[in-house]
Design a protein around this ligand. Structure first.
Ligand code: SF4
Length: 329
């Protein structure tokens, strides 16, 4: 187990600067994520090198719609989440007590496995890798060195310092955006300070040219008001651009009608791509309506895309199809 590099010394404590909790830990104390603990003069990353799940499948399985569509990826995850509300719900939050379930996988071996299976990329998906910074950084670096694309599904609670470590090696982010109100964030994630997530994702796009897609789990009566949906849409358009895909899906314990209604509101915004929960929904050119990506249960096919443009009218579609990053700032 490695120690946390992103720390700063306090009077009687050491502050962890990996995520926006910025826990100040005294001797023996564990951070809000439950996977970092102060031991002596350091903060130990308890889940470093551990893998909770790994599987091969289409990149669309991890919420991406415009990120190298039709690619197969190796999806992986470890233990830990920065969101207290998810610590009881997620199967990938708490490190299991049983040592047999604390499986370790060297990051070199992880990437070697992706290369042997000829998958196009590596996606960190099962837990929120923000709290697995050291392992994540190794995995992304090695994957990019091995010509794999890289992506992550995250709630985006990184600090800028942590994001700047992984940014050069990170191609795509599926941001789980839980709402646009403090009450929504508090009820769905357990955090009150959520606006730093918006600043972080903007930084990921503008500084590191990360491709971003947004997913919002809609919970009935919590984050489904027309005003909140409109505020999210307005923020995406103004900050990230109208071509950023937004997917609105029901939470596990909500009925589908709230998400369907929220999507109808979102479709009235100036966003080009608003998706629901149906994984077979095609992508249509926002200019002419031509079906550019078709999806069935078994396959994804870019049927109307030529050099990233609509094959019918020539409009730029905003897909991420190149591994080359552009430095913007
Ligand atoms: S990763 Fe976040 S929650 Fe965990 S110890 Fe560091 S600052 Fe606290």
């Amino acid at each position: 187990m490695r120690t946390t590099v992103l720390v700063s010394e306090q009077q009687d404590s050491i502050r962890c600067n990996v995520c926006q909790w910025r826990c100040a830990l005294e001797q023996g104390e564990t951070g809000r994520c439950l996977v970092r603990r102060r031991e002596g003069d350091a903060i130990v990353a308890l889940s470093d090198g551990m893998v909770s799940a790994a599987t091969i499948g289409p990149v669309e399985d991890y919420g991406f719609r415009h990120f190298f569509p039709d690619s197969m990826v190796l999806a992986v995850g470890s233990w830990g989440t920065p969101f207290p509300q998810h610590q009881n719900d997620s199967h990938h939050a708490l490190i299991p007590d049983d040592p047999a379930r604390q499986r370790r996988l060297d990051p070199h071996r992880l990437v070697q496995f992706a290369q042997e299976r000829l998958v196009r990329g590596l996606i960190w998906a099962f837990n929120d890798a923000v709290v697995n910074q050291e392992y994540l950084l190794d995995a992304l670096r090695l994957a990019r060195a091995g010509s794999r694309i890289t992506g992550i599904v995250t709630g985006g609670l990184w600090t800028k310092a942590a994001l700047d470590q992984v940014g050069p090696y990170l191609d795509g982010i599926n941001l789980m955006l839980y709402g646009f109100r403090t009450e929504s964030y508090e009820r769905l994630t357990g955090i009150k300070e959520w606006r730093g997530i918006l600043a972080g994702i903007e930084h990921a796009v503008k500084r590191w040219d990360c491709h971003v897609e947004i997913t919002t789990p809609i919970a009935t009566g919590i984050n489904d008001s027309a005003a909140e949906i409109k505020d999210i849409a307005d923020w995406i358009v103004a900050t990230l651009g109208p071509q950023v895909p937004w997917r609105l899906i029901p939470t596990l314990d909500s009925d589908t009608s709230a998400a369907v209604h929220a999507r109808e509101i979102a479709q009235k915004s100036s966003l080009s791509y608003v998706y629901g929960a149906d994984p077979t929904e095609p992508t249509r050119c926002p200019s002419c309506g031509w079906a550019v990506i078709e999806r069935s249960g078994a396959s994804v096919r870019m049927v109307g895309v030529l050099d990233g443009r609509c094959d019918n009218c020539g409009s730029e579609l905003g897909l991420r199809l190149s591994v080359f990053k552009q430095r913007r700032e």
